[in-house]
Ligand binder design. Structure first.
Ligand code: GLP
Length: 261
């Protein structure tokens, strides 16, 4: 796990975009995993800049979402698919027909989850997966207590997550759907490169567990310690509880340029 701390949001965006750009070069039809939320926004902004400058193209890529609310009708602006349409499809040259996500309004949710797992496998797996982290240590919507081997399935959101996400629902936690479909922890762990972005003091405890805690379903993100290729991009506030803070800064400053991410 490589942990990079920077006080410049543009640098988080640049590094995240470098990882996605590297994945775009790997295969003829690469698969890029995208995340919703505020954390990956600097990455999308930088990718948008590079696409506009003609440096990068998503035209051949498949794009896979992490999760979706259950029960919001198609076209609802609060759906994660709508968010990805605004943040990713509108800014990058992604083919909307190649954006895949679990449909939280499907009549048969278990069948929908199984079909989503097949779609990822049929695309040859995900080359790079962008991730945020919940203040309770969730990744995608894998809440505390999630099986660390789980696959795409229905989950119940915690009160903490519904409170955190109430800002998109007129500040009313009760209006946040109770259920979601989410890639499982085991599904996420199969992506070839995981890039997790976290900013702000509200994430500091979760980031401490992610990097330094015991691996436990209580903090699902801790399983990333078992993945062979993880990049964690942090601002100073999110890194403020790291015991290894000085070491990871020294390691990054001394990193040989040829190594890449
Ligand atoms: C939601 C999403 C996660 C995301 C998290 C953090 O719960 N399901 O995928 O990582 O929020 O969001 P933010 O980056 O806005 O803090």
């Amino acid at each position: 796990m490589e942990v990079i701390v920077t006080s410049r949001p543009q640098e988080l965006g640049r590094l995240g975009a470098d990882a996605v750009a590297a994945a775009l070069r790997v295969r003829e039809r690469p698969a890029i995993g995208v995340a919703t939320g505020s954390s990956p926004q600097p990455v999308y902004a930088e990718l948008g800049r590079r696409v506009a400058a003609g440096e990068l193209s998503f035209a051949a890529a498949n794009v896979f979402m992490l999760d979706e609310y259950v029960g919001l009708p198609p076209g609802d602006p609060r759906r994660y698919r709508s968010e990805i349409d605004r943040d990713v499809v509108a800014r990058l040259d992604v083919d909307p027909a190649r954006v895949h996500g679990p449909d939280g309004s499907a009549a048969d949710l278990p069948a929908e989850c199984a079909a989503y797992e097949r779609a990822i496998a049929d695309a040859g797996g995900i080359d790079v997966q962008l991730l945020g982290i919940g203040s309770d240590g969730h990744i995608a919507f894998n809440e505390p207590g999630s099986s660390l081997a789980s696959r795409t399935r229905i989950k119940t959101l915690t009160a903490q997550t519904r409170a955190d996400n109430a800002r998109f629902f007129d500040d009313d936690p009760e209006a946040v759907p109770r259920h979601c479909l989410t890639q499982g922890v085991g599904t996420i762990m199969e992506a070839r490169h995981l890039v997790l972005v976290a900013t702000g003091r509200g994430k500091a405890e979760a980031v401490h567990h992610l990097v330094e805690g015991a691996i436990s379903a209580l903090w699902p993100a801790t399983i990333l310690q078992m993945h062979p290729h993880v990049t964690v991009l942090l601002d100073d506030a999110a890194a403020s509880r790291l015991q290894l803070g000085s070491y990871v800064r020294e390691a990054w400053a001394a990193k040989p340029a040829w190594q890449g991410l």
